[in-house]
Ligand binder design. Structure first.
Ligand SMILES: [Fe+2]
Ligand SMILES: [Fe+2]
Length: 161
């Protein structure tokens, strides 16, 4: 059975959100490159690619179900941050927001009794758990940073004869 209009509209909104995420992460990657943080930039370029893949995967699913993916104008993203930790805090906040969007997409599939879409969306529910965890792990490394500095002072002070 072809996908219905309500479900198609909900997917098209999510496709727009995935492209917006991709652009946000690209903007973050550019900012890191500009500031000379190439490792963080590389992580965010990969993250941006992944979001684009999500958009393409959803568009492909719509076509498979006899629907039509519609490209819309993508709203502008933020382009400036103060420091690396602030960027990753923004990534976590954004992924939490996306989790909310995916949950709402699943609610539409439930309301429409669209079993195929429920199945399809399930992998994105798992994906969001993984996404949030990955960013939280990075933020934990930032949290430990001052402790690395304290450990360094500890070793120095311990050198007293
Ligand atoms: Fe995504
Ligand atoms: Fe994501």
């Amino acid at each position: 059975m072809d996908i219905n209009k309500t479900m198609q509209d909900a997917f098209n909104k999510q496709i727009e959100a995935e492209f917006w995420s991709s652009n946000l992460y690209l903007a973050m990657a550019f900012w890191f490159r500009k500031e000379g943080w190439n490792g963080f930039a590389s992580w965010l370029f990969k993250q941006a690619d992944e979001e684009k893949e999500h958009a393409l995967d959803m568009a492909d699913y719509l076509i498979t179900r006899g629907g039509v993916p519609e490209m819309s104008a993508i709203p502008a993203v933020k382009n400036d941050w103060n420091d690396p930790k602030e960027v990753f805090e923004a990534v976590l906040k954004h992924e939490q927001h996306v989790t909310d969007l995916i949950n709402k997409l699943a609610d539409v599939a439930d309301a429409e009794k669209d079993r195929a879409s429920q199945n399809f969306i399930d992998k994105y529910i798992d994906e969001q758990v993984e996404e949030e965890k990955n960013v939280r792990d990075i933020l934990l490394l930032f949290k430990q940073m001052p402790q690395h500095a304290v450990a360094h002072i500890d070793r120095k002070v311990g050198e007293r004869e």
